[in-house]
Design a protein around this ligand. Sequence first.
Ligand code: COI
Length: 356
Amino acid sequence: MDQSLPVTRTRHPKDKPADPNKLGFGQIFTDHVFHMDYREGEGWVDPRIEPYGPLVLDPATMAFHYGQTIFEGLKAYRFPDGSIRLFRPRLNFERINRSNDRMVVPPVDPDFLVGALKQLLRLESDWVPSAPGTSLYIRPFIIATDPFLGVRPSRTYRLMIILSPSGAYYPQGLNPVPIHVETKYVRAVRGGTGEAKTGGNYAASLRSQADAHARGFVQVLWLDGVERKYIEEVGSMNVFFVLGGTLVTPSLCGSILPGITRRSVLELADHWGIPTEERRLSMDEILEAGESGSLSEAFGSGTAAVISPIGELEYDGVRIRLHDGAIGPLSQRVYDTLTGIQYGRLPDPLGWMEPI
Ligand code: COI
């Protein structure tokens, strides 16, 4: 949808990053932000683009106290011809509504927001980096804004979209990393908020992540919260295993985020004729497959890191090494193809890239 939002331009444009090869992730922000407010009785109102800057919020703002927040993550890429493309943006804004429903936030109009994002990107187009491996990370988010300390859904909200020129999410990049299988803490439970993209899920993961880091692991593999037996996610990503030539990922059972990269990996494998399975996958099965040699590769998938190969899994003192600690051929093929499509180096057979 083409629309024209009111724009207040910054009078103090920032300098662009001096060295685009050293961007890191999520540390630098562009000059402008999209804002939209929700007020009970009026709906979502006042969409606008404003200069980037601090927010002034009442200390009683509900989002600070009870975590009624939603976020999304997607990227804009610089194509070789200089144009800017988004990767499947509508899916992110549709997912916002599934998260909103779980967190009792009023629904948004995905088409309107894709249009608003495109207008913001056209204004900020100079900020989309072109160095290899870089992109403009896009963070839409919603916070509950009633100044109130009772526990109930807020009656007012703010939706914002901020933009961050970024490089690799993990400093390790595509190097396979050691992963600790978490047996003490859980990230989410069925019936909880695990399938919503809400801040609390990520807060709940930090203790485990910190403990794993202290022991030399880069991320944790999450097991289900009921039986502590079935694999759910890895770090803040979905997880895939190559078992006897089949690409297997845990089914979306209610406590797993329905990842857009996850869905794209499955669609790509289907397109290639590689068998895929979405099903319950136990840690016992992975241990057995590790011993028998039928487990050949594993990787995490997410917007931020795209593909993050797993070099080793540690479960209750048992270590399983994958593909001799090197990236496996299917992981590499998925990574090369996904990023090839995203950066316009390869054809886009499934029609995923959208101009702004
Ligand atoms: C993503 O991979 O897009 C994520 O959601 C991770 C994010 C927490 C940076």
